[in-house]
Ligand binder design. Structure first.
Ligand code: SAM
Length: 288
């Protein structure tokens, strides 16, 4: 893994519960639209991303995937050439603009960004429009499981070629199972899941690494949502606004077997792992 360029580090993440949804997402919009370079930002995904990064570096931390981890996924997009790509968790649109632009370059047709928070979704739509990607990107507002089910039943989404999971740790596994059951994730689908090592998502890692036999057995036992090993702060992260989380109870398709690998990278803050515990992150890529 190459070293982190400290000159690009985002502002440090504030205390748990105080690093998002405090008005900074709207402040970001004002920052971008009043930027002295706004005329060069219009229609340029790279310059919109640079302006978002500038806010993250000089104003406040933003929970974006960032440049380093982002490169892992853009390389994957160039390799997989997805026609349809889905992301779970859009926040202010950083990954959506970065990956949507890469999907377009790779000849893709549609990028769905699923975001539950309507205010964040409005920020995504505004910045996606500014970047000139509105024809390719569709932002879907609502809880990921309900949105996935709606997109599938309406026929808007028939297959997921590549999916980026970056929303709510306990829902990685339950949403993946739903996508499997609906036939959206099939052999050949590729998934990239952020934050699976630190802060960590043991139930998800276990699921994608399980054998078919183990998954058939678990599905037969009812397979209740597992939260073990996921940090409590992550489990409760959205409770203040949305209350206790509800999950899809899909049993998935236990016959799918994933190959998986971990890729080292950095959070956009670049803080060493020991200091913050979330700095040197790993991203999991796997193929059904
Ligand atoms: C880490 S942020 C996403 C960052 C974004 N992928 C990026 O790199 O630019 C997680 C986002 O997931 C959203 N989220 C959390 N639970 C969700 C759910 N069940 N369905 C859809 N979105 C959800 C949050 O509102 C938040 O905006």
């Amino acid at each position: 893994m190459s070293s982190f360029d400290q000159s690009k580090a985002y502002a440090a993440q504030e205390e748990e519960g105080a690093f998002f949804d405090d008005g900074r997402e709207i402040e970001l919009l004002h920052f971008v639209y009043s930027h002295p370079n706004i005329e060069n930002i219009r229609g340029s995904p790279e310059n919109v991303l640079a302006a978002i990064d500038e806010y993250g570096r000089t104003k406040k931390y933003l929970m974006n995937v960032g440049e380093d981890k982002g490169r892992i996924v853009t390389d994957l997009i160039a390799e997989v050439k997805p026609k349809q790509m889905v992301e779970l968790g859009g926040y202010v649109g950083y990954s959506c603009i970065l990956f949507g632009s890469a999907v377009r370059k790779a000849g893709g047709e549609r990028y769905f960004s699923l975001e539950r928070d309507p205010a964040f979704a409005a920020v995504i739509m505004s910045l996606v429009d500014l970047a000139g990607l509105s024809d390719l990107v569709k932002v879907i507002v609502g809880s990921s499981d309900e949105s996935i089910a709606r997109l599938a039943s309406s026929g808007q989404l028939k297959h997921i070629d590549l999916m980026f999971l970056d929303h709510y740790k306990p829902a990685y596994t339950t949403d993946l199972k739903l996508c499997e059951e609906l036939g959206l994730v099939t052999k050949g689908s590729v998934l990239a899941a952020d934050n699976v090592i630190k802060p960590g998502n043991p139930p998800y890692l276990r699921y994608v690494r399980s054998s078919v036999e183990e998954k058939i057995k678990e599905a037969g036992e009812g397979g209740a949502t597992k939260l073990d090993g996921i940090a409590e702060t992550n489990v409760k992260m959205y409770e203040k606004r949305y209350g206790r989380a509800k999950f899809s109870e899909s049993k998935g398709n236990p016959h799918l077997k994933y190959e998986s690998k971990l890729v080292n990278s950095y959070e956009p803050t670049g803080v060493p792992e020991q200091s913050l515990g979330v700095a040197q992150l790993k991203i999991l890529l796997h193929k059904a």
